[in-house]
Write a protein that binds this ligand. Structure first.
Ligand code: C5P
Length: 228
């Protein structure tokens, strides 16, 4: 039976956030934001290793006391998310049938239950899959003037989240040779091989902290969870 490895690309600079340090290191309830992400993954019993990929030039990681079980750090991040994941896979050198769960560092409100649901649903699946959410709102496509160009029927539309879980062999093959710039998630690389990843329903709390206004929501979710 393959191992389960969580791979967290965390080599981004968080330019949309606009803080002096990358958003994964911002303080959130007394810890760096990414600590919450890594702690949740480490708390999933099935996961054997939590591998975080940081930039070789990272000046922040060593300044914190992470104190988490299963955590391994790889200083091999690249110029894009896909490159960071690729380099992480090369450094980890997993067996082809190991499962790799790639998860955004900035999705810090991930729950253990959602990861367990993903793992249980994909057990025996030939391809793998991802957490995602059916689009709840009416969807508009903008024209070049910022006006409504069209209303897009939302039936069958899902918002991709992470973790995205694939066998290591398939994921490495999928990411090898793709133009990293147009790959924003692992699923799209796997889809290009003609495979069909399974959509597993996630939850809205598993959002990606992208802008400063998102921090208050993340703080509220994590605080509420602590009190449960
Ligand atoms: O920029 P975005 O939020 O889409 O990044 C998604 C994830 O990919 C983040 O966890 C970020 O740190 C990571 N990333 C990376 N290497 C890069 C760019 C982004 O590991 N060069």
């Amino acid at each position: 039976m393959g191992r389960y490895i969580a791979l967290v690309p965390a080599a981004g600079s968080g330019s949309r956030f606009g803080a002096p340090s990358p958003k994964q290191y911002l303080q959130l309830n007394g810890k760096p934001l990414m600590w919450h992400t890594l702690a949740t993954l480490a708390a999933v019993a099935a996961i054997d290793e939590v591998a975080v990929v940081i930039s070789p030039q990272d000046e922040w990681f060593d300044g914190f006391d992470w104190k988490l079980p299963k955590l391994a750090v790889y200083r091999v991040g690249g110029a894009s998310r896909a490159e960071s994941v690729c380099h992480g896979l090369e450094a980890l050198a997993p067996a082809d049938d190991d499962w790799v769960l790639v998860h955004d560092a900035a999705r810090c409100c991930l729950s253990v239950a959602a990861v367990e649901r993903l793992i249980a649903t994909l057990d025996n699946h030939p391809v793998g899959g991802l957490l995602a959410l059916p689009v709840p709102d009416t969807v508009k496509r903008a024209d070049s003037q910022g006006q409504v160009g069209a209303t897009v029927p939302r039936g069958g539309l899902w918002l991709a989240q992470t973790p995205q879980m694939f066998r290591a062999g398939l994921l490495s093959r999928a990411l090898r040779g793709v133009a990293a710039a147009d790959i924003t998630d692992e699923s799209s690389a796997v889809e290009r091989l003609g495979s069909k990843p399974l959509l597993v329903e996630g939850d809205a709390q598993n959002f990606k902290v992208t802008y400063p206004r998102d921090l208050a929501l993340a703080r509220a979710i994590l605080t509420a969870r602590k009190g449960e």
